[in-house]
Design a protein around this ligand. Structure first.
Ligand code: C2O
Ligand code: CU
Ligand code: CU
Length: 576
């Protein structure tokens, strides 16, 4: 079970120079139409022995980096070829809840889900990952996920490194446990560090300014990042966009779900090496990865230790290098607390006394004194609201709190303004715990942020907020809210709105036409006669028709939920 543990020590004693593997860089896709196929597959992650059973998107492990442009309407064709249901959530994206890919937008096996939205997020590094309730940790462990990079007109005019894989390098940080047969087991903390799914990663960079886009994709662990020579580096972007100016730091503590973009100046250093490390020995017991459990379910080789994230070999300079750190980046227009109309008070606590027999028991952590329930909306957020969310935690442990739909600004952590590198747009904020910091202690810890909920009202589909430690999320540390325009019905009812589905029989495309031309489709689901879902189409454009070329011969049900009335109409059609 702890093979890597012994391998790690074995290598250490054989040679002072660890045996590095060249870091894998995810492929890229760009444009406005993206085909993503999620499947069970294999990858040679461990150098010797069997391949590891993994889950991948279009490839062997993890998925392609998607480049999108602010202002474009992007269309995703997500096909689930796993043997299980899944979902794909676009973490950090501002989009309609029905496109969000949270636990409600389940994609059954052999089904294609086609969400689309207009990109309104600012240039930054986002990501996509499964979000199936109680299965998120398992499916993320398999390696399902990918980066989503937004470009916009402000970022693209700055003198920043932008050559993907050359001087603009994605770093997806996680850790895994491998069995003696090289298989991954879903555990909160693994014994082995994986950087872009590579063990003991090394990478060659040119001698100039390098931009790293760093995602913490771990199940639980935080990474206290810094360089082996103690050099300064410059944070240029937080989760949801650029900062006003690069922020010089020597360490940055990155929690699960969070992203930062940093610049590191390697100009004039050709021929030298450098290590990006996690200085987790400096972390206290309330920080995920700061604890050292000698045994039990949380025991792991990396806990409360310093370890390598990436070995960097600096080579010769590339053409047109960036060689200096820009003085300024953008002008942030942050939300003003004077405009907030409501303060929501949330609590985080250890679940002593709360048990739910279907999931883990008394050791779970909870929000607002209750476990997550799929059919319970905690909040009804009125469209247009600017809100302060005030989270008071009495938990011993710290938790990275994430909210869907919006990017927010941190107002304060225990009364103090956020550090400069966190004073921009965020979608994850760390709520410190009582058991040791940095940032924690006391009897409770309070974090406030401000967000605006300015479109996408939908009483039917909720957005999530949760702890981004997948284990905690799966155990019920999650809640949901809807954004609504007015108080409407939350259920769709069977209706009899006149519409036609044609041609019938069909072979390549079918069309849905409402008799009343002012009506439109909110959702269309096509299922076969055995009730298996084949196609899920949130807010489809009816003029284009629905592609059914891939459906085999037979009779299908088509369920159309009308947009205004939310009435649902089911018809049959044949494919020949
Ligand atoms: Cu990245 Cu709801 O999560
Ligand atoms: Cu999210
Ligand atoms: Cu948590």
């Amino acid at each position: 079970m702890k093979l890597l543990f012994t391998m790690f020590f074995g290598l250490g004693s054989i040679s002072a120079h660890a045996q590095y593997n060249n870091m894998w860089i995810p492929d890229t896709l760009s444009g406005t139409n993206f085909n993503l196929t999620i499947k069970d597959t294999f990858a040679q992650i461990v150098n010797k022995g069997q391949q590891t059973i993994t889950g991948g998107i279009n490839g062997k492990f993890w998925g392609p980096t998607l480049f999108v442009k602010k202002g474009d309407e992007v269309h995703m064709n997500v096909t689930n070829k796993l043997n299980d249901s899944t979902t794909i959530h676009w973490h950090g994206m501002h989009l309609p809840a029905v496109m969000d890919g949270g636990p409600h937008q389940i994609i059954p096996p052999n089904t294609t889900w086609k969400p689309y939205w207009k990109v309104t997020n600012d240039a930054a590094t986002y990501w996509y990952h499964p979000h199936l309730h109680e299965m998120t940790m398992d499916q993320i462990t398999k390696g399902i996920g990918g980066l989503l990079i937004v470009r916009d007109s402000i970022e693209s005019t700055l003198a920043l490194p932008r050559k993907y894989g050359v001087d603009d390098i994605p770093l997806v940080l996680t850790d895994r446990d491998f069995s003696t047969s090289n298989q991954m087991t879903p555990v909160p903390y693994g014994d082995s560090m994986l950087t872009n799914m590579t063990l003991r990663a090394q990478y060659n960079v040119p001698a100039q300014v390098i931009r790293f886009r760093i995602l913490n994709a771990a199940i639980e662990r935080s990474f206290n990042l810094g360089f082996s020579d103690g050099r300064k580096f410059y944070v240029i972007a937080s989760d949801g966009g650029l900062l006003n100016a690069p922020v010089s730091v020597t360490k940055y503590l990155l929690h699960a779900g969070e992203r930062i973009e940093i610049l590191v100046n390697c100009t004039g250093q050709a021929g030298t090496t450098l290590d990006l490390k996690a200085y987790n020995s400096l972390l206290g017991g309330a920080i995920p990865g700061g604890e050292s459990f000698p045994n039990g379910p949380f025991a792991n080789f990396l806990g409360h230790k310093d370890f390598n994230v990436l070995h960097i070999n600096i080579g010769s300079q590339s053409a047109n290098p960036i060689t200096s750190i820009p003085a300024s980046l953008t002008t942030l227009n942050l939300l003003n607390t004077a405009n907030a109309t409501i303060t929501r008070k949330l609590t985080i606590s250890d679940s002593t006394g709360v048990t739910n027999p279907t999931i883990l028991g008394p050791n779970a952590f909870i929000i607002n004194h209750k476990l997550f329930k799929m059919d319970f909306n905690e909040y009804n957020v009125h469209l247009g609201n600017t809100e302060i969310w005030e989270i008071t935690s009495t938990s011993g442990f710290g938790h990275p709190f994430h909210i869907h739909d919006v990017e927010f600004n941190i107002i304060s952590v225990n009364g103090a303004a956020p550090a400069a590198a966190q004073a921009g747009w965020k979608d994850v904020v760390f709520i410190p715990g009582r058991m040791g910091g940095p940032g924690g202690g006391g009897t409770s810890n309070v974090v406030k942020f401000i967000a605006r909920f300015d479109d996408y009202a939908d009483p039917l589909h909720p957005f999530m907020y949760h702890c981004h430690i997948s284990l905690h999320e799966d155990e019920g540390m999650m809640g949901q809210f809807v954004v609504t325009e007015s108080t409407g019905s939350n259920k769709n009812k069977t209706g009899n709105i006149p519409l036609t589905v044609y041609p019938n029989p069909a072979n390549n495309k079918i069309y849905v036409a409402f008799k009343d031309k002012s009506l439109s489709a909110y959702y269309i689901i096509i299922t076969d006669m055995l009730g298996r879902t084949k196609l899920m189409l949130p807010k489809p454009n009816l003029h284009d028709g629905i592609d059914i070329g891939h459906l085999s011969k037979g009779i299908y049900h088509i369920t159309i939920i009308e947009n205004k009335t939310k009435q649902s109409i089911t018809k049959n059609f044949a494919v020949e």
